[in-house]
Design a protein around this ligand. Structure first.
Ligand code: Z5A
Length: 211
């Protein structure tokens, strides 16, 4: 009965808004939905998030990577795996693909090593479906208010372009899991496309219906 869905994409791509809408619709179908996010999906994760984004102090690339990975290990163990074990639908705003896009493609850290470390952090927990909200960097950044930018959001356009390219490569490498959605469309259209994909998965695990 369980279903693990993640949302990925650049800053301002609409992940949080779309995730909330999908969770509401899935609940209307009768599913138990756990809506969560990374970093910060556990009490320890909230403290890690604060360490990651507090202030503007520089942080080593691997330090940053290990903080995201520690957040993920705790999140999988305390929230994701137990929720899936009792048959819930887990909708997670960012997951392991973000580490590859941001820390490997964005920061330039070793891709293979990060993939191995992701496997350790997730313990093999893999999303059934990942919705990649694909929006050009300039549009995504323009949607997000400058004063809310965190340390990573403040990175250069080149950095965000590398992240964008990284997500694109991940989608090409895993087309069965990662479904790309044009997130430059009006929000209603993005939600409708995302819901179509999620509803199909829900139907497969016994939550049929339309709408
Ligand atoms: N990070 C990392 O480096 N490595 C990792 O392993 C992980 C994360 C897990 C925090 O993530 C940072 O952590 C992030 C990546 C890094 N830094 N960056 N960049 P976060 O998820 O907490 O923050 P975010 O990605 O920056 O999220 P965001 O700015 O909140 O964007 P969003 O969730 O994708 O968008 P939103 O909040 O739903 O929408 C933003 C606004 O746009 C809002 O006013 C919406 O109403 C509007 N919007 C959304 N969609 C549309 C459409 N289609 N049309 C018009 N307006 C829209």
């Amino acid at each position: 009965m369980a279903l693990f869905i993640t949302l990925e994409g650049g800053e301002g791509s609409g992940k949080t808004t779309v995730a909330t809408s999908l969770a509401d619709r899935a609940r209307e179908r009768g599913a138990e939905v756990v809506l969560t996010r990374e970093p910060g999906g556990t009490p320890l994760g909230a403290a890690i998030r604060e360490s990651l984004f507090r202030g503007d102090e520089p942080m080593g690339g691997w330090t940053e990577a290990f903080l995201f990975l520690a957040d993920r290990a705790e999140h999988v163990e305390r929230v994701i795996r137990p929720s899936l074990a009792r048959g819930a639908v887990v909708i997670c705003d960012r997951f392991a693909d973000s580490t590859i896009a941001y820390q490997a493609y964005g920061r330039g850290l070793d891709l293979d090593l990060l993939q191995q470390l992701n496997r350790v952090a997730t313990g093999g927990a893999t999303p059934n479906l990942t919705l990649l909200l694909d929006v050009p960097v300039a549009i995504g950044l323009a949607r997000t208010r400058q004063e809310t930018f965190d340390r990573i959001g403040q990175e250069t356009t080149d950095f965000h372009n590398r992240v964008y390219e990284g997500f694109g490569r991940l989608a090409i490498a895993e087309p069965d899991r990662i479904k790309s959605i044009d997130a430059a469309q009006p929000l209603d259209a993005v939600v409708a496309e995302a819901w179509e994909l999620v509803a199909a998965r829900l139907a497969r695990i016994g939550f049929p219906g339309r709408g």
